[in-house]
Structures are given as structure tokens and as C-alpha cells.
Design a protein. Structure first.
Length: 296
């Protein structure tokens, strides 16, 4: 999923939160498990982003969430292979999971407890885009999960979601809890990253949302960074390459990071992960078809 940058606009969220259809969906689990192979042990949790429905209207929410029951990253073609179980989790408030996911798991603390109590961190990979990358990095660091894939996720919410009057008004729950002692540590993940051994593979672009996060958190040894020269927020490379990245082992991922420059072009990035024949016969034709459709 490559997110349109307009999806970062949370204006109109209050009307949805106060609606009857939202209350009905909040009574659901807002997560589900998919057993792939009971003989294996690896679990992957895919966290949805704030782009799970858009625009922020009751009609869009009703269609995508109430009717279609949408969860992000549920397409098998774009997933980690050979897992025992896939778990899909969403935040219908679109407020970085500060209100949890349902009526019972209704705080970040309870969400952390839910993940910790139900899944073995030693065999657990967490994946998320944008706000999904934020919560994947937070929970992964707290419980010392095996590893985390963070695509353009945030580490500092003050600099991202509460940086000016406009963004403050778009994120009412973050504003409400900003000075609450039980939530203050979740606005900046520095303390969690410092005390964790979990490797976070962090892929980001050079747009105005991702750049401050990269500059602040690239310094941590357990954050392995991949900075790609694109203005797009979300998965900062063609979606066809997502399963390739997700299925690299730790040694391959670290080697890839070491071979990248501070601002690696999309083409260079693709050339680093694909053999030449596959790059030119499969990947680039797909990429250019997508670009062509965008401008037709």
C-alpha cells in the first residue's frame, strides 16, 4: 500500500466517532486471526494505518469498515510467507491506537497486554504502515518481539500529529491525552527504543512527514533505516516489492541497509533487491504501468 499524502488529514474524525455506526463497529473485536499452518510457530501481526478509510465521512466509514470489514495488509501476495498464523488489527478511531481497538481493549496498555498474553514474542513479527508502523514499533519494543517492519511509521507524535493548530484539531484524542500521566510516554518512543533489543526495519521517504522522524530516530542501533528518494508516505517503493522485503532474513536486511545511500532512488533500491533479469522483465514493467495509469 502506497498512501496518498491526503490520507494524513484526519479532519472530520469527530463526526464519525460520535455516530451510531461507529458505536456498533466498536462493539466488534476489530481484530481477527488466520491460521495458515498449525505445525509452524511463527506469528505475524499486521496493524492497519489511519488510511484504512478515507475520506473522513460516515459514508466512507460505513462502506469500508461497517460493510466491507476492511483490514490492511490482508492480501496474501504482499505478506510474509511460511507463518503459522496471521493476525490483523485495526484502530477505527484513527488515533494511533490510543483508544485501543474495541470496548474491552480500549487503551494502548491493554493492547500491549493482549499481544503479550496471546503471542510468543520470540516467534512474533509485527508489520505496519504509518500509524500501524508506530504501534508495531511500540509494542515490538515493549515485549521484545523478534522483529518489526515499520513503513513510514512515526516515533514522535508531537512532531507529527500535534505540531500545529491544524493537526491538533484533527487529532482530538491525542490532544486530550497529551498531559495524562498514563499516556505521556507514548508520544515519543525514545525510551522504549533505548531499552529494547528488537530490530526495527524502518523504510521511509523524504517527504515532510517522514523526514523529521528519520532524523530523530535513525541514531538508534536497533532501528535499521532505509531512506528512499520519494515524496510518497506509506510504503515508499512499488508495492510489488513488498513481499520481497518482508521475506528477507535479518542478515539480508542489514546488508541491504549497508548498501544504500542516505537518499537511495527507487530504481537503485529495486536494483539492490532483484536480479537484473527479474528487475527488467517483471518489476519495472509493473512499476511503469502503475505510473502510466496515474497520469491517464
Amino acid at each position: 500500500m502506497i498512501m496518498n499524502n491526503s490520507l494524513l488529514n484526519n479532519e472530520g474524525i469527530n463526526e464519525i466517532i460520535n455516530s451510531d455506526v461507529f458505536a456498533e463497529v466498536l462493539s466488534r473485536d476489530n481484530y481477527y486471526e488466520e491460521v495458515i499452518d498449525s505445525n509452524k510457530s511463527k506469528t505475524v501481526i499486521y496493524f492497519s494505518s489511519n488510511g484504512i478509510y478515507f475520506p473522513n465521512t460516515i459514508d466512507a466509514f460505513s462502506k469500508e469498515i461497517y460493510q466491507n470489514d476492511k483490514f490492511e495488509l490482508s492480501n496474501p501476495r504482499n505478506q510474509i510467507k511460511n507463518s503459522a498464523k496471521n493476525v490483523y488489527i485495526r484502530d477505527i478511531y484513527k488515533q494511533w491506537y490510543f483508544k485501543g481497538i474495541n470496548k474491552n481493549i480500549n487503551t494502548i496498555d491493554k493492547l500491549i497486554e493482549f499481544v503479550s498474553n496471546n503471542y510468543d514474542p520470540n516467534d512474533l513479527t509485527l508489520v505496519g504502515i504509518s500509524s500501524g508502523g508506530y504501534i508495531a514499533s511500540l509494542i515490538g519494543s515493549v515485549i521484545n518481539a523478534n522483529r518489526v517492519f515499520n513503513f513510514s511509521g512515526q516515533f514522535d507524535l508531537i512532531k507529527h500529529a500535534l505540531k500545529n493548530k491544524k493537526t491538533i484539531n484533527q487529532n482530538p484524542i491525542l490532544r486530550e491525552y497529551q498531559n495524562h500521566p498514563d499516556f505521556q510516554s507514548y508520544y515519543n518512543l525514545s525510551s522504549f527504543l533505548k531499552n529494547s533489543e528488537t530490530k526495527i526495519y524502518y523504510f521511509s521517504g523524504i517527504n515532510k512527514w517522514d523526514l523529521p522522524q528519520y532524523e530523530l530516530f535513525n541514531k538508534y542501533e536497533n532501528v535499521i533505516s532505509y531512506r528512499i528518494k520519494t515524496e510518497l508516505h506509506g510504503v515508499p517503493f512499488p508495492i510489488i516489492a513488498l513481499p520481497k522485503i518482508l521475506n528477507l532474513d535479518d542478515q539480508e536486511l542489514i546488508s541491504l541497509s549497508n548498501r544504500m545511500s542516505d537518499k537511495t532512488s527507487v530504481f537503485k533500491f529495486l536494483s539492490l533487491i532483484y536480479p537484473k533479469h527479474e528487475l527488467f522483465t517483471k518489476v519495472l514493467p509493473f512499476y511503469f504501468r502503475k505510473i502510466k495509469k496515474k497520469f491517464i
